[in-house]
Design a binder for this molecule. Structure first.
Ligand code: SF4
Length: 259
């Protein structure tokens, strides 16, 4: 759609976007991905900061991006405008996007202006943010780390009780959502040591959601401690997924091995 063909609502959304409505710090932009948004050719927007410090995180460089390192709002808008008609969607990821409430207005504006599909990646620890984003997103991917009692291993400041309540609330919201939903767990052995832990974690995963066991890739971890850990082999993950399906009766459980 050209700018001249836009409706009054489109123009208002475009204008609001150009004026910086829905401002948030953008730590990076990737023009095209074929693998991060199932079924979509998408661009990726990276946000800075995180409320966890997972030792295996691949995006440790995003923890402290600020000031001149951030991408100006106008440059981000130009990148999106350039790709209009080529990409189907955008992925909003981090870091942890829920630290940036301006993303709600941004997502609404992008959807209205470009009619793009939007995927949100989040750790699900801020259900209020998930609730606010849901009307504007088409796909939600929740990084479920481990059982609440072990979130301290990922640097959580909140206690197990608070983590449990937040994950339950996020699960309730997503169970009722129109968006496609996946949960995924990086199989980092200190945090997820086997099927018993996975069975306990499934309490938080709506039965309608896909659940992926993702291979932990040590070489990409920001923490030296994590890089010393061995990964489960793909065959071990497949055996765990099989056992998990058998024990829980759920069939939407898969293994993802790409890094
Ligand atoms: S929640 Fe995600 S971005 Fe944050 S530290 Fe963990 S893996 Fe990295």
């Amino acid at each position: 759609m050209t700018f001249s063909a836009m409706s009054a609502t489109d123009i208002s959304a475009a204008s609001a976007l150009e004026k910086g409505a829905g401002s948030f710090p953008c730590a990076g932009f990737q023009g095209t991905t074929l693998i991060d948004f199932p079924g979509c050719v998408a661009s990726i927007i990276f946000t800075p900061g995180c409320n966890l410090r997972c030792p295996y995180c691949h995006n440790g460089a995003l923890f402290t991006v600020e000031g001149d390192e951030l991408m100006p709002h106008e440059a981000l808008q130009e990148e999106l405008a350039k790709r209009h008609g080529f990409i189907d969607g955008i992925v909003i990821t981090g870091g942890e996007p829920s630290l940036h409430p301006g993303l709600v207005a941004f997502a609404r504006g992008v959807k209205e202006r470009y009619n793009l599909e939007i995927k949100l990646d989040t750790n699900g620890l801020d259900p209020a943010f998930v609730r606010a984003m849901l009307p504007h997103v088409d796909y939600v991917a929740i990084d479920l780390k481990t059982t609440p009692e072990r979130y301290y291993l990922l640097g959580a400041q909140a206690g197990a009780g608070a983590i449990r309540e937040r994950l339950r609330e996020t699960g309730r919201l997503l169970a009722a959502a129109a968006a496609r939903v996946e949960y995924r767990t990086t199989m980092y052995p200190p945090a997820v040591d086997g099927v018993d832990t996975l069975v306990a974690m499934l309490e938080f995963v709506p039965p309608s959601a896909d659940f992926y066991l993702q291979r932990f890739i040590a070489r990409n971890a920001w923490s030296e401690e994590a890089r010393k850990n061995a990964s489960f082999e793909p065959a071990q993950l497949e055996a765990m997924a099989l056992e998990l399906r058998r024990r829980t009766g759920r069939d939407r459980i898969y293994v993802r091995t790409y890094s």
